[in-house]
Design a protein around this ligand. Structure first.
Ligand code: NAP
Length: 504
């Protein structure tokens, strides 16, 4: 069933037109017009979210679990239409969007189960000690409470799982926070149909309509107004370093600064050790080629850098990579802007002194083909622009003269979402010696695999020191992500009936 977008904002249960429109720029299929977001739309959505908080923030966990499951049902009820428009707008294959829809409804349902268990409330109780000397101890109870309206910015590369009803929205709604989504201009129609699904769930569950709003973009002022709105209490952001940093700075400069949970880019370095290279270097190279080019390399966990010892094994590795990548056909990128940024990033790497081309390629404007470069560890450390993310299928092989140079590369890393070790048993000691460095650099360290594919679970950490994310204490994937939208409150000597989520 084809969905034809009406192009309006969703504000407190009403579809609202604007003064002007912007056209979508689909990779294929028809273009549609969408209302340009205004500061007044942001204000109306924030006021409604604040009003909704007085009931939604005090809803029961059962009510919110039912709501999250109903959103999942409503998304499933629109499955084919979501896949069609999502694929048209993003250029992503239908199978990828079907998989992403599964992940999106899966994480909504997972949050439903998670809040029912109640562990996330982290309830603590220090009972009264009236006879303690020299001072009596009061009765102290602590519980995590929702913080209020949350703004959510999704990324272009996950039109479902990191967007309107994606991980940030699911976590905030589970916590008890109303959400205002800033629609992504790369997939406004997909954002709209998912907002329809959320709105249908709001109605079915009899919730305040301000619980969920969608304000479309078309003007960067919308995002700026949203993060600066006094009623917004936190921001969940997934996107570029440049965009994230601009909005983070606005949050910090507010009269009342608020937390900005920005999940930004990463080069996700891999360290390949000598025995793993000798025993299965070609297999690792083929695996890397597949991971690097998956989804045209448009993943924040794309492994863009492989660090290894120089020598024959490294040469064989580079030549296997070159052959594997040469067969990869052009793939459509998410937007024209991302395709331009990919070409600029590729030029930046190619123009850096001391960098050799292993594979170059050519393709049409919105398509991407892979590139592979090689350089020395010394050169990589001296030219830190080589360590910046190129969003697309571009890899850099970094060759170290010895184990100490590998260590120096690890030490020079900026914050990362992931770091990977490729090691065989005989490499254990060398690999373990990097661990104290890598666990300070990354939110997730993995062995003998590729970081693309992020499990949504209790133990997952998808974040890391800056610039991987703006808040290293948090994750944007998995149940721990709910903590971003909660605040501990201590209740001293209050009767149980005054304490939310009461203990007894
Ligand atoms: P983006 O260009 O930064 O856009 C993200 C959102 O922020 C959009 O809604 C955009 O508005 C808005 N925005 C960006 N700059 C802004 C500014 N200066 N003022 C106001 N609003 C602004 O990112 P993207 O291209 O969608 O996503 C690709 C990037 O996301 C890659 O770097 C990738 O690594 C990263 N990513 C990270 C993760 C993670 O979990 N760490 C996951 C996926 C992707 P418009 O709609 O107007 O463009």
């Amino acid at each position: 069933m084809t969905y034809v977008p009406h192009g309006k904002h969703l504000i407190a249960g009403e579809w609202v037109a604007g003064d002007s429109t912007f056209p979508s720029e689909p990779a294929q299929g028809p273009t549609h017009d969408f209302a340009v977001g205004r500061v007044s739309d942001v204000d109306a959505a924030a006021q409604a979210a604040e009003e909704a908080f007085w009931s939604y923030g005090y809803s029961t966990r059962e009510e919110r679990a039912t709501f999250l499951n109903t959103i999942a049902d409503e998304i499933e009820a629109r499955a084919d239409a979501i896949t069609e428009i999502g694929s048209q707008e993003s250029g992503l294959p239908k199978a990828r969007l079907q998989g992403e829809r599964g992940r999106t409804v899966g994480q909504l349902r997972l949050f439903g189960e998670h809040i029912l268990k109640g562990d996330y409330l982290d309830r603590r109780h220090d009972g009264a000690l009236p006879d303690r000397q020299p001072l009596a101890r009061p009765d102290l109870k602590m519980v995590q409470r929702p913080i209020g309206p949350v703004a959510v910015f999704g990324a272009s590369n996950f039109p479902l799982a990191f967007s309107t009803a994606g991980g940030d929205t699911a976590a905030a709604l589970a916590a008890g926070c109303p959400v205002i989504v800033k629609g992504h201009s790369a997939h406004p129609g997909t954002g709209e149909i998912v907002a329809e699904a959320v709105n249908a769930a709001v109605k079915k569950c009899g919730l305040h309509p301000g619980v969920s709003s969608l304000v479309q973009g078309g003007d960067r002022k919308v995002g700026a107004a949203l993060v600066q709105h006094p009623l917004v209490k936190a921001v969940g952001f997934t996107g570029s370093l440049g965009g994230g940093r601009a909005l983070f700075d606005l949050c910090a400069a507010r009269p009342e600064p608020i937390p900005f949970f920005g999940e930004l880019g990463s080069v996700n370095p891999m360290f390949l050790f000598a025995n793993a290279m000798a025993n299965r270097g070609e297999e690792i190279a083929e695996g890397w080629a597949a991971s690097l080019t998956m989804g045209a390399g448009q993943f924040c966990t794309n492994p863009g850098v492989a660090v290894m010892l120089s020598g024959d094994q490294a040469d064989r590795f580079a030549s296997t990579m070159q052959q594997a990548l040469a067969d990869v056909p052009p793939q459509t990128m998410l937007t024209d802007g991302i395709a331009v940024a990919y070409r600029n990033g590729q030029k930046r790497i190619a123009d850096t002194g001391g960098v050799q081309e292993v594979l170059t390629s050519m393709c049409d404007q919105r398509n991407a083909t892979p590139y592979l470069y090689q350089t020395t560890a010394k050169n990589w450390i001296e030219n830190q622009t080589l360590a910046e993310e190129v969003f697309g299928p571009l890899g850099v092989i970094v060759c170290a003269e010895n184990a100490d140079e590998m260590r120096q590369v690890a030490l020079s890393l900026q914050g990362q979402l992931t770091c990977t070790l490729h090691m065989d048993e005989e490499d254990t000691e060398a690999a373990r010696s990097l661990m104290p460095i890598l666990e300070r650099k990354a939110g997730r360290v993995l062995a003998n695999g590729f970081p693309t594919g992020v499990e949504v679970s209790d133990s997952m950490v998808h974040g890391g020191p800056y610039p991987a994310s703006t808040n290293f204490g948090a994750t944007s994937v998995g149940t721990l992500s709910i903590r971003r939208f909660l605040r501990p409150v201590c209740y001293q000597n209050l009767p149980d009936t005054f304490v939310p989520e009461c203990f007894s």
